[in-house]
Structure formats: C-alpha cells, structure tokens
Design a protein around this ligand. Structure first.
Ligand SMILES: N[C@@H](CCC(=O)N[C@@H](CS)C(=O)NCC(=O)O)C(=O)O
Length: 236
C-alpha cells in the first residue's frame, strides 16, 4: 500500500520567504495544507512556539519532520518531492551556484530590500511617524548597490540568477524584491536587466506569482490594514 504523505506548511503571504515557499508548492502542484495568520498573532501561540521557538514563518511539517527557514524548506521540498530537477539541481557545480546565491541572499538582498519596506511601511504604521528621508535615502542607496551586484555578479549573461533555468534562488530573490511594492515602490525601476529577469521568473511560475502576491501587492490597502492590527510584527 502506498504511503500517504501529509505535508503541512505554516505560511502567511505577507511574508517574503513564505511567498517563495508558496510559489514552489503551487507551481509544482505539491499537495499540502497551509494555514497561518501572522497578523492574528498565531506565531506567538504556545502551540506554534513548539514548532518554531523563533516564532517565525515559514515552517514545514512533512509527516513528523519539522523544518524552519525558507532556504532549508525550499531545498528540502525540491529534493524530496518529484518536481523538475532545475529547481535545485543535483549536479554539484550547478547546485553549488544555488547555494552560493542563497548564502549571499540572507546578508544582502533580504536585509536591504526589507529595510526599505520597514522604513516606508512598517515604521510609519507602528510608530505613527513619518519616514526619515535621510535614513530612507541611505537604505535605498544600499539596496541599489545590492541590485547592481545582482546584475553584475549573478545575472551576468544568464537569464536566471544561477543559470539558464529558474531555481529556488530566483524565488527567494523575487519575493524579497517585491516587498517594497507594498508602499507602491518598484525597486527595479532603474534596473532594466533585473526587470527582464523578474518577467522571466513570472513567466516561469505562471499564476503562482500572482496568487502569492495578491495580498501583499495588488491589495496593499489590505496589507496595511493587516499590519496595523499586529504592531509587533517584524519582516525579518
Ligand atoms: N530566516 C527566516 C526568516 C523568517 C522571518 O523573518 N519571518 C518573519 C516574516 S517575513 C516572521 O515570521 N515574523 C514574525 C515576527 O517576527 O513576529 C526564513 O528565511 O525563513
């Protein structure tokens, strides 16, 4: 008799790393049950804290195996489930390219894009104060430097960050770079090479991209309302 898998994911689509996991799951039609409400404070319940003492999403439970950290979850899903190999290639050099980007991502793309979102969206909501323009300009300059590096180091002459095909690295990056859109800011405006890359990522994952971003971007009014109700929420 075939083993019945039970995959549960704790995701909130307001969160960038959760959206990356959601896109991988939906565009590969991996069956799972997903639930979560950061804005309702579900990450602070005793039940959730048992799953992730860090009180953060995403979290995955595959049968009895619990895993935190989007990077680890994406790579686990790509390795464990029967999905196209390009997402996280088996060949050591190609796989190492993905690991190279994802290691860099957590100290570059993620904090620098998140900082712009925090300054323009979260801080004004959580403190009822205006954004400090000098601080914001500094954060935008730092993000621009990261975007330049994404273009010159990772994209170079290849269509996706780690080669000719889409990988989990592209999902982590694109979701992070979409986050400042919550305030109407397109951080790729002055980066045509990255704009073309974003279009390629969108085309590769189809409707999954819009499904994942429908809360945080298309209806950013809803996003702001949700944020107001959970003032302690952080996005990193
Ligand atoms: N390094 C973690 C970051 C997870 C994270 O920061 N999650 C945020 C949302 S983007 C969260 O759960 N925040 C809730 C809180 O801080 O209360 C990952 O990539 O999974």
């Amino acid at each position: 008799m075939a083993t019945v898998r039970s995959l549960e994911v704790y995701l909130d689509l307001l969160s960038q790393p959760c959206r990356a996991v959601h896109i991988l799951l939906t565009c590969n039609r991996i069956p799972c049950s997903d639930h979560f409400g950061l804005c309702a404070g579900e990450n602070r319940t005793a039940e959730f804290t048992k799953l992730n003492p860090m009180k953060k999403v995403p979290v995955m439970v595959d049968n009895s195996f619990t895993l935190t950290e989007s990077d680890a979850i994406l790579k686990y899903l790509a390795s464990k489930y029967d999905i196209p190999e390009h997402w996280y290639p088996w060949q050591p050099e190609r796989r190492a390219r993905v690991d190279e980007y994802t290691a860099w991502h957590h100290t570059n793309t993620r904090p620098h894009a998140a900082e712009v979102f925090i300054l323009e969206v979260l801080v004004p909501i959580q403190t009822s104060s205006q954004v400090d323009q000098v601080v914001l300009d500094g954060a935008l300059a730092q993000l621009d430097d990261t975007l330049d590096k994404l273009e010159s180091m990772f994209l170079r002459r290849q269509p996706f960050l780690c080669g000719d095909d889409i990988t989990v690295a592209d999902l982590l990056a694109v979701c992070e770079l979409m986050q400042p859109a919550a305030s109407g800011r397109d951080v790729l405006l002055k980066h045509p090479q990255l704009q073309r890359w974003r279009s390629r990522v969108q085309a590769a994952v189809g409707d999954s991209f819009h499904q994942a971003h429908s809360v945080s971007c298309c209806q950013h009014g809803l996003f702001l309302n949700a944020m107001t109700s959970q003032k302690s929420w952080k996005c990193r």
